[in-house]
Each structure stands twice: as structure tokens, then as C-alpha cells.
Design a protein around this ligand. Structure first.
Ligand SMILES: C[S@@+](CC[C@H](N)C(=O)[O-])C[C@H]1O[C@@H](n2cnc3c(N)ncnc32)[C@H](O)[C@@H]1O
Length: 341
């Protein structure tokens, strides 16, 4: 199979010398030799970064409680749609199923994941798919750290806003070239510093819009690292909002070694469809019972600490998992976004 570098080179040549940054990101992450198509994934061992579901089963246990309440709000229907998008290797699905929510019998759990390698790791009991379902959803669509990974366009201020394209030099390196855009996204702020950079997240907007259009009754719940406004992102050093990861470390420049590192950005809230309620992940998890689950875990452990079994050890680890999930200098300051219908 041609490498990501070769495939990008071919796409650049076919486009007459340069492709927009979002096409570069699409091929670098999801092309035939892309990062997620080949080896990239969340996880502690063998993964490239840790996400809330990968901290341990507690995050999924909280989400299971959220699903129960949504199911009951809908009148406990015999069929309850649960769609997780960007499901990775299926860790969150595993934790939710293991938590045995009251809605389990009614639940039709669909795990949507673009990477076939990761779909092959999904647990029994879920319907594994490459693309979103197209039928009406009565239930919940949710995603953890999906939007930040959807390809975005990149704009650079050089006296005027210009769009970043990617070209290839004769020695094979990828370089940025700036083109005057056919139309300027209305969300771009004026009077910004020379050299300011900003993502234009059309794909994230379209994904949310599509998810909302599928939901007949229920909710859309997303967790991600977010910044409120495009103007705020413009004022940030770009390496803070546009990041790369590999093997649990920050990676190199986003044009280097395509296919071998993740490329991700802060999700910009004023570029998403409106109508959501936003709160810090820590507050959301507390609202949905994480503290009570930790207390339950401690009590279970104390009862069995003389002769602990595997369940008791898992229960005890809830306390340390909660510390990571709630940390205000870490996962706890991510944002939970909820749209309800
Ligand atoms: C940062 S990982 C998060 C994985 C998992 N949700 C977690 O929290 O551990 C993002 C995942 O979204 C998947 N993904 C990206 N775009 C997608 C799309 N359009 N449809 C389905 N999955 C997608 C990637 O392949 C990757 O597995």
C-alpha cells in the first residue's frame, strides 16, 4: 500500500499543486495509510493518548446512569437507540454494557467508527458501523473526543485572512501555501495580530447538524476540549490549539510525518450549531452521580477488603479514576455539550 506521504503527493499533483489543509488532514488521519486507518488509537497500552473512557470503567458507568434517565424520560420505550460515534476500540461501549443500565434490554447500541482496525476490536452486543445510521433516532447520540479530530480548514491572517493549502517540494517535504479564499467565513474576527491562525470547523458543524436532524426525541451529548469563540482561538499561540500526538507524547509539526501522528484542535463553540447547554466535564460527571459511585465503590471495598475479589479492586479504583476525570487541570476541564429534543 502506498504510504500516506505518497498518497498526499498524488492528491497534491492531481489538484494541480496544492490541497486545502482539511484534505491534508483527512488523508493523514483517515486515508488508506492514515494514522487512524493503520495504528492510531486511544488507550493506555499500545495507544497514543488517554481519553476519559480509557481512564477506566467509571466514565462509562456515569454515562450508563445518564442513558437510564434519558430512557425513562422517553417513557421507557421497548426500543431505545444509543449511537456512539468515534467509538475507537469500543472501550466506552464495554464499560456501559458492563454497568448493566436499566435500559439494557431496550438498548440498541450502535458504535460508529471510521477505522476498520478499531471496529474489529468492538465488543459483542453492539452493532459496529463505519458511518452514522440514517434512520430516525429515539434515544441518545454521543461522542467523546470526536469533533476535535474532524478535518478543519486552516486560515492565517497576513494583512487579510488567507486559507492554508499544502504543497510538496521536489524533495518530498510538505509546505504551506496561502491562497485568497473564494469566500471569507463570517466567523473570522477582524483586527487580529499578523500571523494569527484559526481553524474553520465546517465538518464539525455538519456532523452535529446531521446528528441533530436524526434525533426525533432524545439528546446529543458530546465531550471535547473546547474554546468558546473563534476570536479567543485567534489570540492563542497556535501550537496550543492545534496539537499532534503519538505514543502518549506531543508529536511534531502538523505537516511532518503524515500518517504517523494524530492531528487535533480545540473545538470552537461559536462555530457549532446553537441550542446546546455547555458545562465543564467535572460538573457534568458530578451532576450525573460520579461522587455517589465513588462512595459506593469505597463501601464495597471496605466490606470485602479482608478478601478482595476483582469486583472489589475495580470498585476501589473508582476513587483514583474520579480524580483523573474531575481534575480541573486535565480531563475535568473538558466541556460537556448537550442538545435536547
Ligand atoms: C480521539 S479518538 C476518540 C476515541 C474514543 N471516543 C475515546 O474517547 O477513547 C477519535 C476517534 O474518532 C474516529 N473518527 C474520526 N472521524 C470519524 C467519523 N467521521 N466517523 C466515525 N469515527 C470517526 C477516529 O477514527 C478515532 O477512533
Amino acid at each position: 500500500m502506498p504510504s500516506a506521504v505518497k498518497q498526499l503527493g498524488a492528491a497534491i499533483a492531481a489538484a494541480g499543486g496544492a490541497i486545502p489543509f482539511n484534505q491534508f488532514m483527512q488523508l493523514a488521519l483517515y486515508g488508506d495509510a492514515g494514522f487512524y486507518t493503520t495504528t492510531g488509537q486511544a488507550g493506555r497500552r499500545g495507544g497514543d493518548f488517554i481519553t476519559s473512557p480509557e481512564v477506566g470503567p467509571l466514565f462509562g458507568t456515569v454515562i450508563a446512569g445518564y442513558l437510564d434517565e434519558c430512557w425513562e424520560k422517553l417513557g421507557s420505550p421497548a426500543k431505545f437507540d444509543v449511537v456512539e460515534c468515534g467509538a475507537g476500540p469500543g472501550t466506552l461501549a464495554r464499560s456501559i454494557l458492563a454497568a448493566k443500565p436499566r435500559c439494557l434490554q431496550a438498548m440498541n447500541y450502535v458504535a460508529v467508527e471510521i477505522s476498520a482496525a478499531q471496529r474489529s476490536l468492538h465488543p459483542k452486543g453492539v452493532e459496529s458501523r463505519e458511518t452514522m445510521p440514517e434512520h430516525a433516532i429515539n434515544g441518545v447520540i454521543f461522542a467523546n473526543e470526536l469533533l476535535d479530530n474532524l478535518p478543519f480548514r486552516l486560515f492565517v491572517f497576513d494583512g487579510a485572512w488567507l486559507e492554508a493549502f499544502v504543497a510538496q517540494t521536489p524533495d518530498g517535504a510538505f509546505v504551506e501555501v496561502l491562497h485568497k479564499p473564494a469566500a471569507l467565513p463570517a466567523v473570522l474576527p477582524q483586527n487580529v495580530a499578523l500571523g494569527s491562525r484559526v481553524p474553520i470547523q465546517d465538518a464539525a458543524f455538519a456532523w452535529v447538524n446531521n446528528a441533530l436532524s436524526l434525533i426525533e426525541r432524545g439528546s446529543l451529548l458530546l465531550f471535547d476540549y473546547c474554546t468558546d469563540t473563534t476570536a479567543e482561538v485567534t489570540a492563542m499561540p497556535w501550537r496550543e490549539w492545534l496539537r499532534t500526538y503519538k505514543d502518549h507524547e506531543r508529536g511534531g509539526h502538523y505537516l511532518l510525518a503524515p500518517g504517523s501522528q494524530d492531528i487535533t484542535a480545540q473545538v470552537v463553540l461559536d462555530q457549532l450549531p446553537t441550542g446546546f447547554v455547555a458545562m465543564p466535564q467535572a460538573k457534568f460527571l458530578q451532576q450525573w452521580g460520579i461522587d455517589e459511585l465513588v462512595l459506593e465503590g469505597n463501601a464495597y471495598w471496605e466490606n470485602l477488603s479482608g478478601a478482595p475479589d476483582v469486583a472489589a479492586i475495580k470498585m476501589r479504583s473508582r476513587a483514583t479514576e474520579a480524580q483523573s476525570l474531575l481534575a480541573l487541570d486535565g480531563l475535568g476541564r473538558f466541556t460537556a455539550l448537550e442538545w435536547s429534543k
